[in-house]
Write a protein that binds this ligand. Structure first.
Ligand SMILES: [Zn+2]
Ligand SMILES: [Zn+2]
Length: 312
């Protein structure tokens, strides 16, 4: 009997806290997730000189909330990493883009619950294979509430395109009259030059992405609908091996600290400026955080609301 009462009380307290969180009002009406594909923490925020990421690491960081210990705790490959972001659960999914995530994505929950047109959720990716993120194998959701996509050089889900072209599509959407309320962007150059074992180009690409992130944030502020109403999440799908692990920066995909330790910077109207968070956060938390900010339910997400990054 005692146990039952305690269980009931705990459930009640849990529900009250949840209800409080859900009923909170946020300034955020738009969300953008920028995924910089595969840099190591040691070359980005982990380098205290901020040499390669002068804007993110030394300036934008102090305009938002930064997770010092943000992780990919699932398979550290591109499609699995992005799948964890959009579905809120880790799974072993083909990294070739040949199968769909087993759970519906935050885009699908959002589009269903708001009745918004599909172009209100948009995936713009340099890697064509990321087109799979818009759909799911789940029978109840398959082919329904599928977000708009522009993945790969021709936007048709095939091949690898240049980040410049991807960013041109992003610019068109962010500066347009009907900017999507949820957008995910993938930029590939860092990862591609890493795999090519080109250390100089790998480093140059980190700096190029630093500039893209800054341009994106300032461009958002030029759109009257998005200005002061947009939360931007800047993160990675995975890192790369530490120098002493296998081929070092050239590859990724295991559980080493270099592959797992990534970054998250949150910028937006509901986020305090200049805070550095020690508590661990992980990729699956992003979807639950977005569903909380935009007030839709995402029951299949296993993540948590990243409350440290938002004003109480
Ligand atoms: Zn990747
Ligand atoms: Zn590794």
């Amino acid at each position: 009997m005692k146990i039952r009462i305690i269980t009931f009380l705990l459930c009640f307290i849990g529900f009250s806290l949840f209800a409080q969180e859900v009923s909170r009002s946020f300034q955020t009406k738009y969300v953008v997730i920028l995924v910089i594909d595969g840099p190591r923490f040691s070359e980005t925020y982990g380098d205290t000189t901020c040499q390669l990421s002068p804007i993110l690491c030394d300036s934008l960081r102090y305009q938002g909330a930064f997770y010092e210990n943000f992780r990919n705790n699932g398979p550290t490959y591109t499609v699995p990493g992005h799948t964890a972001i959009v579905t809120g659960s880790y799974q072993r999914i083909s990294n070739a883009g040949t199968s769909l995530p087993k759970n519906p994505s935050l885009f699908q929950y959002y589009l269903k619950q708001t009745g918004a047109p599909k172009s209100d959720g948009f995936i713009v990716a340099s890697k064509g294979k990321l087109d799979v993120l818009a759909n799911t194998k789940n029978k109840k959701w398959h082919d329904q509430f599928v977000a708009a996509t522009y993945c790969g050089p021709n936007g048709n889900g095939l091949g690898y395109g240049k980040d410049e072209k991807t960013f041109a599509k992003v610019t068109e959407l962010v500066t347009g009259a009907n900017a999507p309320h949820i957008m995910l962007i993938n930029l590939l150059a860092v990862d591609v030059y890493g795999h090519a074992a080109n250390w100089d180009k790998y480093k140059e690409s980190i700096t190029a992405c630093d500039a893209y992130a800054a341009r994106l944030w300032s461009m958002i502020q030029t759109n009257p609908s998005m200005k002061d109403r947009t939360t931007l999440f800047i993160t990675n799908d995975h890192g790369r091996h530490l120098d002493r692990v296998k081929s070092g920066f050239v590859n990724h995909g295991d559980r080493c600290e270099g592959c797992r330790h990534i970054s998250l910077l949150v910028l937006g109207p509901d986020t305090p400026k200049g805070i550095s968070i020690k508590k661990e956060g992980e990729l699956i938390d992003i979807s639950k955080t977005i569903s909380t900010l935009l007030h839709f339910d995402m029951p299949s997400s296993k993540g948590r609301f990243l409350k440290e990054a938002f004003k109480p």
